[in-house]
Design a binder for this molecule. Structure first.
Ligand code: SAM
Length: 294
């Protein structure tokens, strides 16, 4: 059966030829030609017939097809109008797919979910993301509190590693904290360039984000928390104390900044990359209690 799937070299080439399709690099168009990889991804995502799935960027339908076979319903957002007739053709056999022609960054996913999914379904995002906007897509979904259980996506290995990183690694930074504040993040597998047409310049990974019921830490001022996180990583070689002074000094006197830091009992001589999320929360809550505002 495998030979008939869209995600095979022959079928993909045949579809591209039939429609005279030319890839737009600017839209991150790299299509998967290996259905085994997609099935592994869907298995890791725990998709079953009680799952409603939102896909971002169906392309010619390689992943969409596998999702339609495994899930109850699939809603896929595609920005490239040229792909609409292609998808209508390649996915004609499936009745549980809805393609929406829209930029995912402009989509109202709360509305989409209400409109297309019944309340008994568990909701998921599964996608081979357009790599030029990986971070804005994921951060939008997390910050807007889209009610999905799991997000299982293919993206650049380097970005996946940053999102899943823990303290004291070179990958750990404000992106790791932003993602892990909302989710539990882990890398499912690496994906070689050879399973794409055209081959991307970078190695890819499948990353899974499991939504937390509530954020990992409780902070009194979220904006201040993320500001302090950003500030602490601004100059990675500098100490926490120096980074905080640099970021707050236009607003507050230096002795007030160092006083608050001392009250946390976190050593200001440490580097930001050594702090766990809980320590950043402690810092932020102490600054908030001292009435630091942005
Ligand atoms: N899912 C297909 C696959 O795995 O073979 C294609 C994945 S390809 C990496 C990314 C897809 O996202 C392309 O089809 C591209 O046109 C689409 N895309 C790019 N930017 C988008 C955006 N802002 N909103 C929705 N889709 C977008």
């Amino acid at each position: 059966m495998t030979k008939d799937f869209i995600a095979t070299p022959n079928r993909t080439k045949e579809i591209l030829r039939k429609y005279g399709f030319s890839f737009k690099k600017s839209l991150g168009q790299n299509f998967i030609i290996d259905s085994n990889i997609l099935q592994k991804m869907i298995h890791a995502a725990k998709i079953d017939k009680m799952s409603g799935v939102i896909e971002i960027g169906p392309g010619i339908g390689s992943l969409t097809e596998q999702l339609a076979l495994a899930a109850n319903k699939v809603i896929a957002f595609e920005i490239d109008q040229r792909l609409l007739p292609v998808l209508q053709d390649t996915l004609a056999a499936y009745t549980n797919i809805k393609i929406i022609h829209q930029d995912i960054l402009k989509a109202d996913l709360h509305k989409t979910i209400k409109q297309y999914f019944t309340s008994n379904l568990s909701l998921h995002i599964v996608a081979n993301l357009p790599y030029y906007i990986t971070t804005p897509i994921l951060m939008n979904i997390l910050q807007q509190q889209i009610p999905v259980e799991r997000i299982t996506v293919m993206l650049q290995k380097e970005v996946a590693e940053r999102m899943a990183a823990g303290p004291n690694t070179k990958e750990y930074g404000s992106l790791s904290i932003a993602v892990q504040y909302y989710t539990e993040a882990h890398i499912v597998m690496d994906v070689p360039k050879t399973v794409f047409i055209p081959q991307p310049n970078v190695t890819s990974s499948v990353l899974q984000l499991v939504k937390r019921d509530s954020p990992l830490v409780q902070v009194t001022d979220e904006q201040l928390f993320f500001f302090i996180v950003q500030a602490s990583f601004r100059h990675r070689r500098k100490t926490l104390r120096n980074n905080l002074i640099n970021s707050f000094k236009d607003r507050y006197p230096v002795d007030r900044i160092t006083n608050v830091l001392e009250r946390t009992e976190i050593d200001g001589g440490r580097r930001g990359e050594s702090l766990a999320i809980q320590e950043f929360a402690l810092l932020a809550n102490q600054f908030s209690e001292a009435e630091f505002k942005l």
